[in-house]
Ligand binder design. Structure first.
Ligand code: FAD
Ligand code: DLZ
Ligand code: SF4
Length: 508
């Protein structure tokens, strides 16, 4: 019997397990631009355009390789609204009931496929380095699931940057070299930008028409949309960005969205680049003297460590993970996350570039927008939906553990051993934002005080029962305990006043 081979918008890899299992001479590939996928959160228009353009080009590539592809265009009058509908319709047309798919990246899609009245064979997604079973066995019986130990296993498994069974350079982790303050001069001009071709232009017109009101600028659109371009992008970054990637990994510079970051998550996550091959290319550059060890190790750790680890957590923790709210936060996400004016230079820059580029780098996501949402006590589900919508690389399996776990501590400490919170000091040390801010980072109370300064203490006090006993937070509570009573009262009332103004919709 003919089989349908489902290829989802983030499965655009020629060696996808479902494609490897099928027969191009008889089986039919199904791809669908589905409104349901485009609308389950209000995705950034650049993200939708990236996925649709890359899907169209991948379908052409498969046809060129001899596959029969049933591709549903979103603007077809009778376009199916969901992936399930596309499969059911094609099954009827072709006269089959058999579907092969590769495990989807989201529980939502996995469940939809499992509920189809068709025979669906699901294959593992072997584009990941760790199998589901490997992660489960690693996690079993451990009290704490710390990424660092998992990462070492992945180094051994891939043999990346290893000297026999020992890490190259005698250390597993060179993170202490990767926290330099922002550079005065930036020598990397940023990611390669690609010309809009006919396929991309068609998609841009469609996205403009159907999703033009979503938060985010569609144009100028310059992303890579096929494997060839993504590889060009990678080669360019390895040559010009990687050498300084490690040093300035945690730095933030006003008006510089990418610094030395790879801008590669979006391409890996939809299958245009293979994570292991990307790491091998980086290792090669290091071996040839094209990058220092702290840059190469730091980058490889993000991919075979963090990226694999968060996927393992997503699968392990199950469907309910995105609803966790361990700190009981319930404030609504304020307008400044959707571009409303704020006087906070750091938030304005991080949100502004998110609006323009569907991108922010890790420290902006964690220590600016994430830190703010956590300190302000925003409902973590709303924070989760925001991150899932606005970043071009956001898919729930990777976004949720980063947001619900690492950033919002809503999972009660599965991912992080303590909340990632800081006062304005950290942002001042790692960026040049505070120099141009209307607030004063050195001022601790009063109308000019940096909001992070007062919200930080209010957060610690709000959750004293949970965190005072955490040895990694003891120092913070000691500082609070040493503050005089009058000062403490002022800090707390300033925090309340500021939050009330924000909740009332004032520009803060
Ligand atoms: P680089 O800094 O150049 O890093 C290289 C690669 O390492 C990334 O492309 C990514 O594949 C991987 N990586 C680095 N850190 C992580 C991490 N914590 N988890 C998983 N992979 C990692 N990453 C996503 O891919 N999708 C998301 O939706 C996403 N949401 C995030 C939300 C929050 C609150 C935080 C704190 C982090 C999030 N991350 C997410 C992780 C990380 O911020 C992005 O992968 C990174 O910023 C992408 O930019 P880049 O490709 O320039 O990364
Ligand atoms: C994110 C996304 C979007 C916007 N559109 C589509 C689409 O039209 N068709 C499709 O197959 N996939 C799309 N995707 C990616 C899916 O949402 C993704 O496969 C699931 O979220 C699982 O990771
Ligand atoms: Fe952000 Fe505070 Fe610095 Fe302003 S002063 S940029 S609000 S950290």
């Amino acid at each position: 019997m003919v089989k349908l081979v489902l290829v989802l918008g983030d499965q655009l890899s020629p060696n996808l397990s479902a494609l490897c299992e099928a027969d191009p001479s008889s089986d039919v590939v199904v791809m669908a631009e589905a409104l349901g996928e485009a609308e389950y959160v209000p995705h950034h228009p650049k993200k939708i355009a990236l996925i649709f353009a890359a899907m169209r080009k991948f379908a052409d590539r498969l046809r060129g390789e001899g596959w029969t592809v049933r591709y549903y265009l979103l603007d077809d009058e009778k376009a199916p609204k969901t992936i399930s509908e596309a499969l059911l319709r094609t099954a009827e047309e072709v006269g089959t009931s058999e579907v092969i798919c590769t495990q989807a990246g989201e529980w939502r899609v996995t469940d939809d496929l499992a509920n189809l009245p068709l025979t669906v064979t699901t294959l593992p997604d072997d584009r990941f380095i760790a199998t589901d079973q490997e992660f489960q066995s690693w996690a079993e019986g451990r009290k704490q699931l710390r990424m660092e130990y998992f990462y070492r296993d992945m180094r051994r498994k891939t043999d990346l940057m290893m000297d026999g069974d020992q890490p190259a350079g005698g250390q597993w982790n060179f993170d202490h070299d990767n926290r330099k303050a922002p550079p005065k001069e930036i020598t990397f001009e940023g990611p390669l930008r690609f010309e809009v071709d006919g396929t991309v232009e068609d998609v841009l017109n469609l996205v403009e028409d159907r999703f033009g009101d979503n938060f985010g600028d569609l144009r100028p659109f310059w992303f890579a949309t096929d494997a060839e371009q993504a590889n060009e992008h990678l080669t360019h970054w390895i040559k010009y960005g990687l050498p300084q990637f490690g040093d300035f990994q945690d730095a933030m510079v006003l008006g510089q969205p990418h610094l030395y970051h790879a801008h590669i998550g979006l391409y890996i996550n939809i299958g245009l680049l293979d994570p292991l091959e990307v790491c091998q290319a980086v290792e090669e550059a290091w071996k040839n003297g094209g990058a220092p060890i702290n840059a190469a190790e730091g980058f490889i750790r993000q991919i075979i460590g963090w990226r694999e680890y968060v996927r393992g957590i997503y699968l392990l923790e199950g469907r309910d993970y995105v609803n966790r709210n361990g700190l009981g936060h319930s404030r609504d996400l304020p307008g400044m996350f959707w571009g409303k004016k704020t006087w906070m230079a750091c938030i304005e820059d991080a949100v502004g570039q998110t609006e323009r580029e569907a991108y922010a780098h890790h420290i902006q996501r964690l220590m600016v927008t994430g830190n703010f949402a956590l300190l302000a006590g925003i409902d973590p589900y709303q924070v989760h939906e925001w991150y899932l919508a606005v970043y071009a690389d956001a898919f729930e399996w990777v976004e949720a553990p980063n947001v619900i776990g690492m950033s919002q501590f809503a999972d009660g400490g599965v991912v992080a051993s303590k909340p990632y919170v800081s006062s304005g000091n950290y942002i001042d040390k790692m960026s040049n934002y505070c120099k141009s801010c209307s607030y004063k980072v050195k001022v601790k109370t009063g109308p000019d005080a940096c909001p992070f300064n007062v919200l930080y203490w209010q957060f610690l006090l709000r959750h004293e029962d949970k965190f005072r006993g955490n040895p990694r937070m003891a120092q913070m509570y000691r500082v609070w305990d040493m503050m005089n009573e009058e000062r403490r009262k002022t800090v707390l009332s300033d925090a309340e006043t500021w939050l009330a103004r924000m909740d009332a919709g004032e520009t803060v």
